[in-house]
Structures are given as C-alpha cells and as structure tokens.
Design a binder for this molecule. Sequence first.
Ligand SMILES: CC(C)(COP(=O)(O)OP(=O)(O)OC[C@H]1O[C@@H](n2cnc3c(N)ncnc32)[C@H](O)[C@@H]1OP(=O)(O)O)[C@@H](O)C(=O)NCCC(=O)NCCS
Length: 199
Amino acid sequence: MGVPGPDFSRKTALTGTLVRLVPARREHAAALHPLLADPEVGRLTGTVHSTDPGQDAGLSWSAAQIAEIYGRWSTALDRIVWVIEETATGRIVGESVLNDLDEDNLACGFRIWIAGARDRGLGTEAVELTLRHAFADQGLHRVSLEVYAFNPRARHVYEKAGFVHEGTRREALLFDGAWVDSHVMGILADEWRERQGMP
Ligand SMILES: CC(C)(COP(=O)(O)OP(=O)(O)OC[C@H]1O[C@@H](n2cnc3c(N)ncnc32)[C@H](O)[C@@H]1OP(=O)(O)O)[C@@H](O)C(=O)NCCC(=O)NCCS
C-alpha cells in the first residue's frame, strides 16, 4: 500500500541512536534561545551579515519572541520543526526543519543547525532521520536546501546523505562586505530509496 499524501500536521518524534528529534513546542524556546546566539550558527545560516555583533540585529530576538515563533510553528501546516535532543545527555542541541511544503509537487525544503555539539555525528544522524520521515512517512518526492559556499562541513554532511548539487545562486549573501554564493542541493525519493537498498 502506498504512503498517504504529505500531512505536516502529523508531527511525530523520530528516534535514532545519537539523537532524538522532538517536535518543537513553545516550551523549547528557553533551551533554544541561548543556542541561537552561537555566532557560527548565525553566520552559516545567513541569519547575521557580519562577524561584528554590533553591526547586526539578526540574533537579537528575545526569549519571548522565540517562544511565540516556536509556538506558532508547533501547529504550522507547511513546516515541521524538530528540536534535536542528544540521546547521551538529554540536552537540546539544535533543530532540524522540513519547511515550505509544496503539496502539489510533493516537495519541501530542509534546514538544520546544531550548537555546542558539532562534529560528533549528531548532524549526520539528524539529517538521515529527517529524510527518512520526508520520504518514508510523508511520501514526499523531493527535498531541497541551500548551503553557502563558505560552509564545506554542511555540504559534506548533505552529500553524505545523498543530496546533489543542482545549481548556484551566485553572490546571494553579503557577509562582512564580501559576496558569498549559495548552492542549491536536492535529493529525490528514488535516490533516497536506492541508498537504503529499497526497491
Ligand atoms: C552542519 C551541521 C548540522 C552538521 O552537523 P554535525 O553534527 O556538526 O556534523 P557531523 O559530526 O555529523 O559530521 C560532520 C562531517 O563534516 C566533516 N567536516 C568537518 N569539517 C569539515 C570541513 N571544514 N570541510 C569538509 N568536511 C568537514 C567531518 O569530517 C564529518 O564528516 P565524516 O562523518 O565523513 O567524517 C552542524 O555542523 C551545524 O549546525 N553547523 C552550523 C550551522 C550550519 O552550518 N547549518 C547548516 C546551514 S546550511
């Protein structure tokens, strides 16, 4: 029997070995707020435009504003936001997101960030869990993302998961007065299935 069409109101926890992805709620804002101040997250997600904190208001949301945003996202129909919980410690270390659901074309976007727990394999597993949900549980056909040219680590993690480079939005980001390309990457359901050894 085929998978029913995508329904992003179905927000379920996804359990791996190193991480558990828990649908984000308003109450997670207190844990997420300090993590969002991580300068590397700000730079690599395009949230800030300068290494000088005085030059940028990108990370100046209050905890109350973050709570309002995550509260809204907890019932959004076009996105699923999961907080990434490190299994070993129970700590929240970031978020993984399927967004911009396009039901007509069975497609959506993807984004992820981790703070204070990078380079230990958590991101790799969070990407795998999120893609499994997108293709196996939601029946999507395509997941796409953008990654800046100055972020080879994220690009490597995405390529490892099966994303392929589809094109480049040239000089899409202005950071510290320099233009940075944004690479568009995507993965299709058949490509994902083939990597899982599925027919
Ligand atoms: C991108 C991100 C989610 C990856 O999660 P992570 O837990 O740090 O990644 P992992 O530990 O699972 O894997 C990192 C991989 O990148 C590799 N890597 C690390 N630095 C690298 C670099 N400068 N260039 C290329 N590869 C690099 C590691 O060797 C590892 O690969 P391997 O598993 O083949 O050995 C996380 O680093 C992050 O949130 N970064 C800041 C925000 C960000 O970049 N978000 C994505 C925006 S598009």
